[in-house]
Structures are given as C-alpha cells and as structure tokens.
Design a protein around this ligand. Structure first.
Ligand SMILES: C[S@@+](CC[C@H](N)C(=O)[O-])C[C@H]1O[C@@H](n2cnc3c(N)ncnc32)[C@H](O)[C@@H]1O
Length: 379
C-alpha cells in the first residue's frame, strides 16, 4: 500500500534515508513529506521507529475538487462505516495550498460534517469529535485542485514520545531535535555533547539513536490500534523486534546548561526516557566548559533572542565561537539559530549549511570543523 510520512521542511532527505533503512519501497521525497510503499508491518514499524516523521498517513481517496459542495459530496461518498463505528470518536486535520480553498479549518469542518452526515444517514446517529485522542483521525490535503483523503495511522503527532515531563522556554520539537542529530551524519563513533541542552531534547534524541532504541518505545497511543484491521499480534512482534535491536554505545553522551532548573528538568526527562545512567547532565556555563572527551560531536541550540542577560547576542555568539576554537579542537560542532546576524559573530567558516524551521522561525544549521588551525585561519 502507498503511505506518506509527514515531516518538517529540510528533513525530507533524512526521513527518506530512515525509510530506506526500514526496507520501504518506492521512496519519493515530497515537500515536508516522503511517499513510500509498504505493508502493515512496515506501517507499524514506521510509527515506532522513524525519528524524523510527524505522522504516517494511509491515503484512501484522491479526487479533483474546486468548491465546498464538491468536497462535501466526495467525502460523504466514502464508506466511512468501513473505517470506524458510530460510537467511535473522530477528528479531522486539513492542510490546503489552493486558490479554491483558502481556509484549512473550514475544509476540516466541511469534511467532518460530511462524515457525520454519512453516519446519520445510515444509523440516525453521529460519532462525536475528540481532537486529542480520537479513534479515527482523518487527514485532508488539498494542493491546487487535487484532494487526498488519508487515515492518520499515528493518531497524534509522533513528536510526542512520552518522555517530556516538563519544558523550559523555547524547547525544540523532538522531531526537529532528532533531525539535527541525523543531519550531522553521525556514525555513533564518538562522544556527543549538547552544551546548552535546556530540557534535554537534543541529548535524549541523540541518546536513543546512539543506543539504537526506537523513539516511540515508551508511547502507547497510536491511531492504527483503533483501526478495524488492527493486528495486535503483529504489533507485539514489531515491538519485541525493536527492543532486540538495542545496541551498546561505547562513548559518552553529555548535556550541560548554565541554568540549574534546566539541568533538573533535563535529568527528569532523561529518566522518563529510560536513559538513566546512559547520559550525563551537569550544570556548567559554556564559557567554562572543558571537553568531556578527546573528540566528539557537538550539537547546540543557543538562545536566538536579542539580549542574553547583560550581554548582547552578538557578544554571546562571539563567545561561542571563541570557546569552540580554544577548547574543542578535534570536535565537529553544529549550531542552529534563527539569528543570522549573531551567527556571523561565531567567526568560523561553516563547512556545511542547512535551512530548517524551528516552529515558525527560519533557521540556519551550520557545521564547523574544529581543528588546530581554525584559530589561525580566522586571524
Ligand atoms: C534555546 S534553549 C535550548 C532548548 C533545548 N534545545 C530544549 O530542547 O529544551 C537555550 C539554552 O541555553 C542555555 N544557556 C544560555 N546561555 C548559556 C551559557 N552561557 N552556557 C550554557 N548554557 C547556556 C539556556 O539556559 C537555555 O536552556
């Protein structure tokens, strides 16, 4: 069957590679999504094991449509009782990039109306809506006049891994954090350091990857579990296989933050992710951080704002560059920030660049290779 994994802008390539490793066929990167072919086992594995997917969709109907009445009629024609019971709950998500449908919320509402009217016609009753954890989540995507109706097998965004107990300001989305780790091309052959780890998201995603732990091992809610064709035995098999895939990791995983509260929250989250004893999280300002290993990979998500305490942001980013040059030769460092002006103050020439979005903020993700000569080169 044809499936679509949704992701964030800039992560299509790493998601396609993840799918290739899962054994998916006919992999085709799209915009913020990757289409692929797979069976039910692959659908379950995709939900459990993909680090950079937000949802996995099963398209059930495609048609051309240019107005609301047409949309309503086409949706109502679908045999919805085949997919859910009248007593099950329902939610509809919609995304539109179309001159014919400007408001995605309205498309979602029309779709929901058409589905419940179909039930009313057959049963004299209608299913209720549950926007958080419905039994069936329907996804409608309209591009120009092409509409695709899909069932959302994840049911709830896959960034909800189940470990984030608490956050601080500006936590990064788990899927983006995993994407940052995978985009580095890390071969899990050196230490990993997040020197400004906040609530620990990037470190936790790096750690589950380092130990080859499926990112959703701690999550129990998936939309497909409420589908009529749910195969509980197959799901148990897929889960057991994923647990067996865990690998040892011989290098350290280190998180630091100058903020005491961040350190506490990151430790709590790591505990909730069952990474006790596998990661080390300490309070330390980057200005004073000494490398915890001879070499390694640094991924850093510093603050983007205009003012950092008493320093301005330019001085703060200059400090980041200076510290990287002075103390971390032998390391490879990746920094994500939406503050392009401040990034220039890092004062190192990036050897690779990617454009990503942290929420609505367009960001650059820059790679710096730190070797002995990098200090001199800048001078
Ligand atoms: C954008 S947040 C990181 C969010 C994190 N990626 C997460 O998912 O929660 C930036 C973090 O940098 C920390 N920070 C700011 N200045 C620092 C410094 N000089 N040394 C270490 N950490 C610092 C802040 O306390 C904050 O937690």
């Amino acid at each position: 069957m044809k499936l679509i994994a949704k992701t964030m802008a800039g992560l299509e390539g790493v998601l396609a590679e993840e799918l290739r490793q899962l054994g998916a066929l006919q992999i085709e990167p799209l915009i913020r999504a990757v289409a692929f072919e797979g069976d039910k086992r692959l659908l379950y594995r995709a939900n459990l094991e993909l680090r950079t997917a937000l949802r996995v969709l099963l398209p059930i109907r495609s048609f051309r449509v240019r107005n609301e009445a047409g949309l309503y009629n086409m949706i109502r024609e679908v045999d919805w009782p085949k997919y859910m019971g009248v007593d099950d709950t329902l939610a509809v998500d919609a995304a539109t990039h179309s001159p014919y449908f400007k408001h995605s919320k309205y498309v979602a509402l029309k779709t929901k109306d058409a589905i419940v009217d179909r039930f009313r016609q057959e049963y004299g009753r209608r299913p209720n809506v549950d926007i958080d954890r419905p039994k069936l989540r329907v996804n409608v995507h309209i591009y120009n006049d092409e509409c695709t109706v899909a069932l959302d097998s994840s049911g709830m965004s896959l960034h909800k891994r189940g470990y984030r107990m608490e956050t601080l300001e500006a936590p990064i989305n788990e899927v983006l954090a995993a994407g940052l780790v995978l985009l580095t091309g890390w071969l899990r052959d050196c230490a990993f350091v997040d020197p400004m780890c906040g609530s620990g998201t990037i470190l936790i995603e790096a750690a589950t990857y380092a130990f080859n732990l499926a990112p959703q091992l701690n999550r129990s809610f998936f939309g497909f579990k409420y589908w009529r064709n749910y195969d509980a035995g197959l799901w148990e098999e897929v889960l057991a296989e994923a647990r067996e895939q865990a690998l040892p990791f011989a290098y350290g995983l280190y998180g630091y933050d100058k903020d005491f509260r961040a350190m506490k929250i990151a430790r709590q989250n790591a505990l909730a992710a069952h990474l006790e004893g596998k990661v080390s999280i300490d309070r330390k300002a980057f200005e004073k951080l000494e490398p915890p290993a001879e070499n390694g990979l640094i991924v850093m998500n510093p603050p983007y704002d205009e003012r950092i305490g008493n320093d301005d942001i330019g001085t703060f980013y200059k400090m980041i560059g200076d510290r990287l040059k002075q103390a971390f030769s032998g390391y490879e460092a990746w920094v994500i920030s939406s503050n392009m002006g401040a990034l220039k103050n890092v004062g190192l020439r990036p050897s690779q660049k990617a454009t990503l979005f942290n929420g609505a903020l367009e960001c650059k993700y820059l790679k710096y290779e730190l070797y002995e000569g990098s200090k001199k080169e800048k001078k």
